[in-house]
Each structure stands twice: as structure tokens, then as C-alpha cells.
Write a protein of this length. Structure first.
Ligand code: CP
Ligand code: NVA
Length: 309
């Protein structure tokens, strides 16, 4: 059975940092053109995607590999074929599965039945590929992971969970402000706190956005209504607004040179003011670009250095 990347903490601290450093090198020096030669990746997506889909396919092509994009609605999955059979069968055809799913348990079932690496391209619980690009962006700006603080304001969702765990793993201080009822799930926070104990990172949980951003080098937010949660829209907007919107005023409580981060897509005027998202302190397009570099490095390391397969 292979190893998988379903959540940030599936990598060791050394592996995560190696993935970031390799991505930085790929970005400046180019990708090894035969890094994935002879390898095929199946991309199974249950939800829409712009960045994840195109950054993966572009990275795979640049590394000389090939891929198959499979919308889940076009697979027998849509007619009720068991996820376990999909895992068993696809892993006989390809060298890896990159999967975006509604329920994290779908990924766990796929992984349990796959003889090739399964990579989480977003689930309701985790977005570990996003976190790699986020920490690469932090590293690009600061050139270090030590003495840095990232603040997340808003929904304790998949992006927040993976970011919290990635900061805890790499030794970056992390603070999150969410309204009660929208905190990162307790068991995920517990794992982050354990990782933070090892790395020395400080993790702060609060419902006060001003407290979270105080002294922050980066202020991060994500949408209030993630894919799959559309039915909760009204209830969510009531809980989050106006306190949890990232505004110029809120940013003024962070460090004077603090950067704004967002995984995108952005709802301007909802979780963030347009002036912040599109302003000079925003690094969200760098994050989006870095998705491709970190996914290239992750795949390269999985097949060529870590030898998961
Ligand atoms: N950030 C992110 O995962 O974007 P997509 O939904 O466009 O892939
Ligand atoms: N939290 C968002 C992230 C999208 C990239 C969602 O799950 O829809």
C-alpha cells in the first residue's frame, strides 16, 4: 500500500519544508522536463475548480507526465459504483489519483483501496495542496518560517484547517478568529496543537478578529460559504458579517507591512473589501501561481525522491 497526501500532517515537517524549498527552486530554475516521464495521474473531481485543476494539469505536463481529468458525474460513481471499487480499479491504470470530493471520508475510502498515492485536491475537511502554496508564499515574502505570524479571519473550514496545521508543522505562529459554531473541528485543532508543541509554534483560537491580527505578518481569509454549504448561506452571512470581514481598518491592527492572503475564489465585499483584495498588500495571485509550483514539487518528490510508488 502506498502513502497518501490527504491532509497536511501526512507529511513530516522535513518533507513539507522540502516540498516548499523544491517549489521555490522549480519556480526560479524551471521544472525537470522528465520529472514525471511515464507517469499518468487520474484527476477525479466532484466539484468545480479553476486553480487546482489547471495548476495540477499544467504542472504534470511541464514535468513530462500525462493526466486524465475525470468529472465524477461522468464516471460510474454517478450511478452508485462503490468508491472502494473506483479506488481499486483506477489504481491499476494510473500512478496516482488527485481527487476533489465533498466528503473527506470518500478520500479515505479511495486511499484505503488504492495501491497508488491519493492526493487531496480539496475535501470538506482539508485543502493540503493549498496549504503548501500558502506556506511557500509566506516563505517567499519572509525568507524564513521563524518569527512569523499568520492570522486567519472567518470560517474554520478546510482552508483554515490545513493552514493551521501547516503553520503548526513549520513553526509559524497562527491565530484564528471565527464566530462560535464555525471553529476548526476540535480533533483537527488537537492535531495542530500537537504539531505546534514539536515545532514551537504558538496557536491562538479566539472569536475576536482584532486580537487575532495583532502583530500578524499575514492576514488570511476565505469565503464564508464553501462549496457544499450553499443551503446555509443566510445563516452564515448573519454569523460572519460585519465583524469577520477583512477591511482596511482590520488590517491596520496587523503589522504595518502585513500582507493579505486568500486562497481564491474571492467574494469581494463579503469576506474581504475589494480595496484589500485588489490592493498593494494582497499576495493572493502569488498564492494562486504557487499552487502550480508546489504541486509540481509534491509530485516530483513523491515519485522521484520519496518513492511512494
Ligand atoms: N483555491 C482553490 O482551490 O481554487 P479552485 O477551487 O479554483 O481550485
Ligand atoms: N473553502 C472553499 C475553498 C475553495 C477553494 C470551499 O471549500 O469552497
Amino acid at each position: 500500500m502506498s502513502r497518501h497526501y490527504l491532509e497536511v500532517l501526512d507529511l513530516s515537517r522535513a518533507e513539507f519544508i522540502e516540498a516548499v524549498r523544491t517549489a521555490v527552486r522549480f519556480k526560479s530554475a524551471g521544472y525537470p522536463p522528465d520529472g514525471l516521464r511515464g507517469r499518468t495521474i487520474a484527476m477525479v473531481f466532484e466539484k468545480p475548480s479553476t486553480r487546482t485543476r489547471v495548476s495540477f494539469t499544467s504542472a504534470i505536463r511541464r514535468l513530462g507526465g500525462s493526466y486524465d481529468y475525470l468529472a465524477s458525474t461522468e464516471l460510474q460513481l454517478a450511478r452508485g459504483e462503490p468508491v472502494s471499487d473506483v479506488g481499486r480499479v483506477l489504481s491499476r491504470y494510473v500512478d496516482g489519483l488527485v481527487c476533489r470530493v465533498y466528503s473527506h471520508s470518500t478520500l479515505e475510502t479511495l486511499a484505503a483501496n488504492s495501491s497508488v498515492p491519493v492526493i487531496n485536491a480539496l475535501s470538506d475537511r482539508h485543502h493540503p495542496c493549498q496549504a503548501l502554496a500558502d506556506l511557500m508564499t509566506v516563505f517567499e515574502v519572509k525568507k524564513t518560517f521563524s518569527g512569523i505570524k499568520v492570522a486567519f479571519i472567518g470560517d474554520g473550514n478546510n482552508v483554515a484547517t490545513s493552514l493551521m496545521q501547516a503553520c503548526a508543522l513549520t513553526g509559524v505562529d497562527f491565530a484564528i478568529a471565527s464566530p462560535r459554531g464555525f471553529w476548526v473541528p476540535e480533533e483537527e485543532t488537537k492535531k495542530a496543537l500537537e504539531a505546534a508543541q514539536q515545532s514551537g509554534a504558538e496557536v491562538t483560537l479566539t472569536d475576536d478578529p482584532e486580537e487575532a491580527v495583532r502583530g500578524a505578518d499575514f492576514v488570511y481569509t476565505d469565503v464564508f460559504v464553501s462549496m457544499g454549504f450553499e443551503a446555509e448561506r443566510e445563516q452564515r452571512l448573519k454569523a460572519f458579517l460585519p465583524l469577520y470581514r477583512v477591511t482596511r481598518e482590520l488590517l491596520s491592527h496587523a503589522k504595518p507591512d502585513a500582507k493579505f492572503m486568500h486562497c481564491m475564489p474571492v467574494k469581494r465585499g463579503e469576506e474581504v473589501e475589494a480595496e484589500v483584495a485588489d490592493g498593494p498588500r494582497s499576495v493572493m495571485y502569488d498564492q494562486a501561481e504557487n499552487r502550480m509550483h508546489t504541486e509540481a514539487s509534491l509530485l516530483y518528490l513523491i515519485y522521484r525522491r520519496w518513492r511512494w510508488l
